[in-house]
Design a protein around this ligand. Sequence first.
Ligand SMILES: NC(=O)c1ccc[n+]([C@@H]2O[C@H](COP(=O)([O-])OP(=O)(O)OC[C@H]3O[C@@H](n4cnc5c(N)ncnc54)[C@H](OP(=O)(O)O)[C@@H]3O)[C@@H](O)[C@H]2O)c1
Length: 347
Amino acid sequence: MRAWRCTSSSSPQACLTLRSDIPSPQLPLARGKILVKVSHASLNPADLAFMSLLPCWLPFRRHPTPGLDFSGTVLEVGPSLPPGCEIKIGSKVAGAISQWDVGVGIGTLAEYIVVDAAQVTLVPDSVKWLGMGQAAGSMGIAGQTAVCMVSSGAIRKGMRVLVNGASGGVGGLVVQICEGLGCEVFGICSGANKDLVVDLGAIEVIDYKSHQDLPKYITTRFGRSHDDNMDVIMDCAGNQELYVNSPQYLKPGGKFVNIVGGWSQGVVPFVRNKLRPVILGGVPRDYILFLLAANGLLSRQVAEYLETGIIKKVHTDSEFEMEQVAEAYEKLATGRAKGKIIVKVAS
Ligand SMILES: NC(=O)c1ccc[n+]([C@@H]2O[C@H](COP(=O)([O-])OP(=O)(O)OC[C@H]3O[C@@H](n4cnc5c(N)ncnc54)[C@H](OP(=O)(O)O)[C@@H]3O)[C@@H](O)[C@H]2O)c1
């Protein structure tokens, strides 16, 4: 089969090779596993981090295949699928692979993959506008992260929510889910993406590039009174100053949910923002930082948001052919993607 392989730990352009001589997964399948013919994959910033940080010479992860998100058709099912699992041969499924799969070099930029059935969910066929590319883009890492952010922030109808990085893969879905659940959503992105974020459901968008001191502007805009303050801030771009200054515009008892761990993979922000007591200079606002463990229950929740019309669109930045993966990663690495970057894997 065809699959992309990483041959060194460096940039995608330098380390990626498309091979067409990779052995297809072996049958019979183990318990709880399914064989999927991949239709589409979608890219995430984590792919780049894994490529540069995880060694690709280890015996159990030699020349790994990149990619986390996928959609495709089930070709074979192993014995003992989880109870109640509706997946059968011919089912259309989507999701993201597990951390364990990443650890042993399995990736979704391959024509066929074997994954745990518990890792995926059925693509909802009642959502007519949802193509398989959009299914990969929404039901994988971005959508599952958005679901976790919304539950970490304990989002409820009537809340005021500020989303930083609102035009990205995760942020765009967070905006839609919060708006769909009845919140007043405010977005932060560059001016070029303002219309997109309004279209996703934000009632007001702040262009971070037009304010030299963003927290100061947000204080002026949302710091006037308790009612004006935010209930929750969702940070999909990792702006530490936004948290440090949050007592000016985030209600006492409000939550600051961040998903960007930075170079320390979350250790530094966690220690600085979560463990430091207020008496030693800590910020008196609840700080939440998590690392997603992708699974089928989370992709099922995304599917429910799609089915109920809470997620109304999956904004796609661009779609690339299988041969153009290095180019697609180059686009992702700019940090300027407007929504998801999709790769059409099936020829
Ligand atoms: N903790 C976890 O489990 C987890 C899971 C998923 C993702 N993440 C992390 O979350 C971040 C977002 O992921 P993603 O998939 O949404 O990435 P993405 O789609 O590549 O995000 C790109 C977007 O980020 C915006 N952006 C860039 N710099 C910004 C800034 N300084 N302020 C506000 N917006 C900015 C860009 O908008 P403009 O061009 O308008 O600036 C662009 O639309 C990444 O760092 C990723 O690694 C963490």
